[in-house]
Design a protein around this ligand. Structure first.
Ligand code: SAM
Ligand code: DTB
Ligand code: SF4
Length: 325
């Protein structure tokens, strides 16, 4: 899919349609592009936790905030492989490794991450990493190691961004995303809703995502997990219908992408999650932990999908062939 020419007015109009009109349109697009009643299960692992020099206002891993998260070292590769095998056994088809780094530094630790990418890819899983900013050559090395996707979120609109993060700019984010794209790695890029942004900020974020030279193949939509000790602790939850509107709009704007109902599901009822799936969400993280915060358990999620007549997405044919070797 190449660059789309949605205008900001068109996106705003979609977002503000009567809810059922928006849902109908989104669901129709969803059925056309994703005819199977499937939801991809992904698993997250924090391979390097806490002590991050960035000051992202939502993040429990920032060294700028006093939270219950302690800084740790880069995990051992064998331990990572154990977690990836468990994820595959639990039905996940994508494994995402996160590090609380501002940017990747060349050296022994990056070499170990490259080994982890090779190892997880060898299990037949899609492999995603989120490691902070990347140079062109680092993106190339990740691609060579077999990385499927790189997650790097824009988080919010360009105008609201400065209220949340001061240690890097929107343009820094866009630069890394370009490096990822140029290296031939698929892009995973989305945002967080419920940080105090306006409806128009949500519209702007969706517009930026949808009008990139090529839209992200994967769009994670996170509901803020308001963690104690972060500047956003105590923030009231976003009304569910705002969240659903953002998912439906994302589905219409980026029809072929995976829209991922990401962090914050513990604060969404089964009914709210069902609406999100109807609106076009077709992926979740499973397992009791995201990176540092809690998430519904796998059994609970499988029961919810069953109840809704949805099923976990099966591994792709090529991927399952790799996993038999
Ligand atoms: N340090 C890397 C970076 O910022 O790109 C990777 C890890 S970072 C934790 C990955 C993403 O998690 C962030 O971009 C943000 O969108 C999301 N995230 C972090 N804390 C969150 C929270 N409390 N609630 C919702 N999403 C959160
Ligand atoms: C994304 O957009 N959401 C995931 C993934 N990308 C890396 C991370 C959510 C993290 C939630 C807070 C935590 O558990 O620390
Ligand atoms: Fe660091 Fe990423 Fe958390 Fe920001 S979101 S503080 S860059 S780990």
């Amino acid at each position: 899919m190449s660059q789309s020419n949605w205008t900001i007015e068109q996106v705003r109009e979609l977002y503000h349609l009567p809810l059922f009109t928006l849902l109908e349109r989104a669901h129709e697009v969803h059925r056309r592009f994703h005819p199977e009643p499937e939801v991809q299960l992904c698993r997250l692992l924090s391979i390097k936790t806490g002590g991050c020099p960035e000051d992202c206002g939502y993040c429990p891993q920032s060294a700028h905030h006093e939270t219950a998260v302690d800084a740790g070292k880069l995990m051992d590769s064998e331990e990572v492989m154990r977690a990836a095998r468990q994820a595959r056994a639990d039905g996940a088809t994508r494994f995402c490794m996160g590090a609380a780094w501002r940017q990747v530094r060349d050296g022994a630790e990056f070499d170990r991450v490259l080994d982890m990418v090779r190892g997880v890819s060898g299990l037949g899983l899609e492999v995603c990493c989120t490691l902070g900013m990347l140079t062109e050559s680092q993106a190339r090395r990740l691609a060579e190691a077999g990385l499927t996707a790189y997650n790097h979120n824009l988080d919010t609109s360009p105008s609201f961004y400065g209220n949340i993060i001061s240690t890097r700019t929107y343009d820094d984010r866009l630069r890394t995303l370009r490096h990822v794209r140029d290296a031939g790695i698929t892009v995973c890029c989305g945002g967080i809703l419920g940080m105090g942004e306006s409806e128009d900020d949500r519209v702007e974020l969706l517009h930026v995502l949808a009008t990139m030279p090529k839209p992200p193949e994967s769009v994670p939509i996170n509901a803020l997990v308001a963690v104690e000790g972060t500047p956003l602790a105590g923030r009231p939850q976003l009304p569910v219908f705002e969240f659903v509107r953002a998912i439906a709009t994302a589905r219409i704007l980026m029809p072929a992408s995976k829209v991922r109902l990401s962090a914050g599901r513990l604060s969404l009822s089964p009914e709210a999650q069902a609406l999100c799936f109807y609106a076009g969400a077709n992926s979740i993280f499973t397992g009791e932990k995201l990176l540092t915060t809690s998430n519904p358990g796998t059994e609970e999620d499988l029961a919810l999908l069953r109840m809704l007549g949805l099923r976990p997405e099966a591994p792709q044919a090529a991927v399952s062939a790799a996993s038999r070797s």
